[in-house]
Structures are given as C-alpha cells and as structure tokens.
Design a protein. Structure first.
Length: 229
C-alpha cells in the first residue's frame, strides 16, 4: 500500500558525519554537549577553541583530559573543517543519521521498511511533486503504522512567523499535510525533528497555520530514544 522510492539524486553522507553519529550513540554522555554545539555553531566562525573549551569545562570539569573527551574534540575539529555550505549539510545529515539509527519510536518486533531521502507512493500514486521528498521514513505493513521525519538542527528559520512563514516552509508543510490526509487506515505520525529544547512557539505556529497534525520532536525526545538504543 505504501512504497518508499529513493531519489536518484540522493546525496551520500560524509564519513565524519557517520563517525560523529556513531560516537554519540556509543557514548551517550556526550549527547547534550553535541546538541549545544550543533545548535550554536551554524557557521564556521561560531566554532572556536575558546567556546568549545568553555562548553567542555561546563559539562565535564573533571574529565577534560580523558581519552574520550579528546577523541570527541578531534572528531568535532574534523567535522567543522569544511565550508559553511558543507557545514550546513553536515549538521542536518548528522541529525538524520542519528534518527535513522534510533527509530522507529513505536516498539515493534515485526519487520519494517526504513528509508532516507525518498519519495512516497500510496496505492500506486506518488504524493507530491519532484520537489517533495521525505528525510526519513519507517513503514510496518504487519503492524499498520508509518513514521515520517523531517530533520532539522533548528526550526528557527523553518517556522519563523515574523514575517509569515517562508514559501519554502509552506510548501514542505503543505506536502506533509497532504501525506497525512491521503494515507488512510493506518497509524501515521509525522514529525519535525530538531535539537532545540523550547518548542512552544514552534507548536503554536503549526497550530496557527493549520498544521496541528504535524508533531515536533525536541532534544529531550531524541535523547530518550538515544538512551533506549
């Protein structure tokens, strides 16, 4: 009934994206500082030794010279050794990579399909246009549920309400709303995912513009899934 078809132009993730993601999943104690760094360092100029050292001093005052801290710092240096454009992609990719590993949210022992960067087909028909794709999806035919995720580091630009929502955001939200409306007779959850903590303004914006069927996963929600992983 539901099919996920990969985009022909799906881009691969840099090795360092996977390395950072795997490191966080294995060493969960670093999840909070990882989120802080990804949220605060949206440009290369935001990432500097003084700022990073201060963060580590706040989070790990006793363990600053531990091998794991040094390893994580080394991976961060490599992650941010790029251009601003590539950094923006890497930041989004690492959120998607971690979500890919820790989902589905719904517990199941049944087989399921999981895909990234794909078009969604329902009853043989493609939903949306060539500009409409999904970052991450899980479909379980036996248990009759689907989970769809749009992954961001921050929702600030995507759901900024002053002035009204950007055209690009309205198109994406309209597409997600269409997917929710068209898919019938199955449990369906559509999520915006971010590494931020305070989401009330974003939820209010979704409600205001008629997208209340779209949920938001916060840093805390993701952390709970990481701990379960």
């Amino acid at each position: 009934m539901i099919q996920f078809r990969c985009k022909n132009s799906s881009s691969s993730k840099d090795d360092i994206v996977k390395e950072i993601g795997d490191f966080i999943l294995k060493n969960k104690v670093f999840f909070d500082i990882f989120c802080d760094i990804m949220v605060r360092c949206s440009k290369l100029s935001d990432y500097n030794k003084s700022f990073i050292d201060t963060l580590f001093l706040i989070y790990y005052p006793i363990d600053l010279s531990s091998s794991l801290v040094l390893e994580f710092k080394s991976k961060l240096d490599e992650f941010f050794n790029t251009t601003d454009n590539m950094l923006n992609k890497r930041r989004g990719d690492v959120v998607e990579y971690i979500l890919e590993k820790i989902t589905p949210r719904k517990r199941t022992s049944s087989p399921f399909i999981k895909e990234t960067e794909f078009y969604i087909y329902y009853k043989g028909y493609r939903l949306g246009t060539s500009n409409h794709d999904i970052d991450l999806g899980i479909y379980c035919d036996k248990d009759k549920f689907v989970e769809l995720y749009e992954c961001k580091v921050k929702l600030e630009n995507f759901l900024y309400d002053r002035p009204p929502l950007k055209r690009k955001s309205r198109r994406k939200l309209g597409y997600l709303k269409e997917v929710y409306r068209r898919i019938q007779d199955i449990d369906k959850d559509i999520y915006l995912v971010c590494l931020e903590e305070n989401l009330e303004l974003y939820r209010d914006t979704l409600d205001k513009y008629g997208y209340a069927m779209i949920s938001i996963l916060s840093r805390n929600d993701i952390e709970n899934l990481v701990k379960r992983f």
